[in-house]
Design a binder for this molecule. Structure first.
Ligand SMILES: *Cc1c(COP(=O)(O)O)cnc(C)c1O
Length: 217
């Protein structure tokens, strides 16, 4: 699908939900995609991108920034504490804050660096053992502890279980965000961004629908 087609669908989903299209940001997830495909989307005007891995992002985006100027980069993959500094240097947003150790590291680095990306706390809404994210039952306390560290927590993020109805997970995430006074909701991917928008998503993370299938080597 073209970038235009995705933006048209996002606009339609916003209209349908009675929402302002300016309240939903499309993050183009460029992980694993060949540079030529990413360049084509940059040429089409997209400036907000998502990457899963710090290493991959570090190899790709400094060069694109030289050519294309400012890029709003979102880190959406699991983050190891030893990569936190590099992530904070590269990305404007980190969507995968999910544990106290990482929160403490980011807080310490924020003091040192004098800046911190916007943060989203990942919630493992499906309580899947293999998946990152804090458990829904721990979310309120974890959010409070991050706020107590003065971290710039903007919202919550989730990745619903592949085999379940995503809207139940989007609704749960929205409920946890609302009761904690958080405005941001990073939810919705290629297959379900319209339903995420209906349930309040402020950031949809769309990869394959824009770029085509990822070819892992
Ligand atoms: C890969 C990825 C996406 C994009 O997935 P698509 O189904 O290709 O749109 C979104 N969010 C996260 C966290 C991802 O890892």
């Amino acid at each position: 699908m073209s970038l235009d087609a995705i933006n048209t669908k996002i606009a339609a989903a916003c209209r349908h939900a009675g929402r302002d299209v300016n309240d939903v940001t499309l993050i183009a997830v460029s992980k694993v995609q060949p540079d030529a495909r990413v360049a084509a989307i940059l040429d089409a005007g997209q400036r907000v991108f998502g990457e899963n891995k710090v290493q991959e992002a570090a190899g790709k985006w400094p060069g694109f920034r030289e050519t294309y100027g400012d890029i709003d980069l979102h880190l959406i993959g699991p983050l190891q504490t030893n990569k936190a500094r590099q992530a904070m240097e590269l990305a404007q947003s980190i969507h995968t804050l999910d544990r106290p150790k990482l929160a403490n590291t980011i807080a310490r680095l924020t003091q040192e660096m004098g800046q911190c990306p916007d943060l989203y706390i990942q919630v493992n809404t499906g309580e899947e053992p293999q998946k990152a994210g804090c458990l829904p039952a721990d979310a309120d306390a974890f959010i409070a502890s991050c706020v107590a560290l003065d971290l710039p927590v903007r919202g919550l993020m989730c990745i619903p279980p592949a085999e379940e109805e995503p809207s139940l997970h989007f609704a749960l995430l929205a409920k946890i965000a609302a009761r904690n006074g958080l405005a941001g909701l990073s939810m919705g991917m290629s297959g379900d961004f319209e339903s995420a928008i209906a349930l309040g998503a402020t950031h949809v993370r769309v990869g394959s629908a824009i770029f085509g299938d990822r070819v892992y080597e």
